[in-house]
Design a protein around this ligand. Structure first.
Ligand code: CP
Ligand code: NVA
Length: 304
């Protein structure tokens, strides 16, 4: 059977509903899963820093009976001229799966092409699929279902936003990408997600007007204004994104039981105020915890 990757959300489009449910089941099992990945090794290559992705993947594979190997890309031969092709082929002889946090999605894609074991994205500049899965797990946990619910993403149309567009479209959640015109999500992803949503009876909407977009929202979501590898200055970002900040005024426009989400790390006073992220509508720490359960579902599905 051909190996499967999770580099883009759409790589596992058909499995997405089951992944959400499996993550919730595994959460309920509280770490007692009977070691389905006994003796399996997951290599984790990082080209960028990480707290949540690194720790949650390590704990996830451990609690499934396997083992994680942390690799700093700058210490690999790949950073000193060895080709991606050779690296992917060699690593595939040693390990059962590869989690990769890459600077450039083209490197990620190439790794997936030449690896003979599953490659799971731990973020690149285009997408962050495991984050989106944890986010959907959190929304199902809090809201019970996706149909008829409205997620409003505010701020930079970045990797997190791109993956949320795909995940929302696949699961039937309505999503508004509310971003400045010069920082909208990837155009191709927006178009593809809209097509998937059309077929599913849900809606993908672009907006530049936070006060309009946030009305009756079930979920407000934001991310940092300046992603890793983005050379936009804080000054420029502040001018671009200030009106998209999640604060109590925007939250007041949403439904009273609206949940507030952020993939973290957060910068209080920039993309979100402290009173909102630390307030009663915020679910950001449940969301962070759900990275663990979501990734267990991915690892189990791809590596078992
Ligand atoms: N949300 C997320 O991916 O966090 P890390 O960068 O800490 O892994
Ligand atoms: N958009 C952010 C997400 C960090 C988890 C980044 O790429 O830096």
């Amino acid at each position: 059977m051909a190996k499967k990757d999770l580099i883009s959300v759409v790589d596992m489009k058909d499995e997405w509903p089951d992944l959400v449910d499996l993550a919730l089941k595994m959460k309920a099992e509280r770490g007692h899963h009977g070691d389905p990945l006994l003796d399996k090794t997951l290599a984790m290559i990082f080209e960028k820093p990480s707290t949540r992705t690194r720790i949650s993947f390590d704990v996830a594979i451990t609690e499934l009976g396997g083992h994680a190997l942390y690799i700093d890309e700058s210490k690999m031969q790949m950073d000193h001229g060895e080709t991606i092709e050779d690296t992917a082929k060699v690593m595939s002889r040693f390990v059962h799966g590869i989690m990769y946090r890459a600077k450039d999605y083209k490197t990620m894609d190439k790794f997936g092409e030449f690896s003979t074991v599953p490659v799971i994205s731990g973020l690149d500049n285009l997408e962050h699929p495991c984050q989106a899965l944890a986010d959907m797990v959190t929304i199902k946990e809090r809201k019970g279902s996706f149909r008829g619910k409205k997620l409003v993403y505010l701020g930079d149309g970045n990797n997190v936003c791109n993956s949320l567009l795909y995940a929302s479209a696949i699961l039937g959640l309505d999503m508004v990408a509310c971003c400045p015109a010069v920082r909208m999500p990837n155009a191709e992803i927006m178009l593809n997600a809209s097509r998937i949503a059309d077929a599913n009876g849900s809606r993908i909407i672009a907006s530049h007007q936070p006060e309009e977009a946030c009305v009756d929202a079930d979920v407000l979501y934001t991310d940092t204004w300046v992603s890793m590898g983005d050379d936009t200055s804080l000054d420029t970002a502040t001018k671009l994104f200030s009106k998209y900040q999640i604060n109590k005024e925007l939250l007041a426009l949403a439904k009273p039981d609206c949940i507030v989400m952020h993939c973290l790390p957060a910068y209080r006073g920039q993309e979100i105020t402290a009173e909102v992220i630390d307030g009663p509508n915020s679910v950001v720490f449940d969301q962070a915890e759900n990275r663990l359960h979501a990734q267990k579902a991915v690892l189990y599905t791809l590596l078992k």
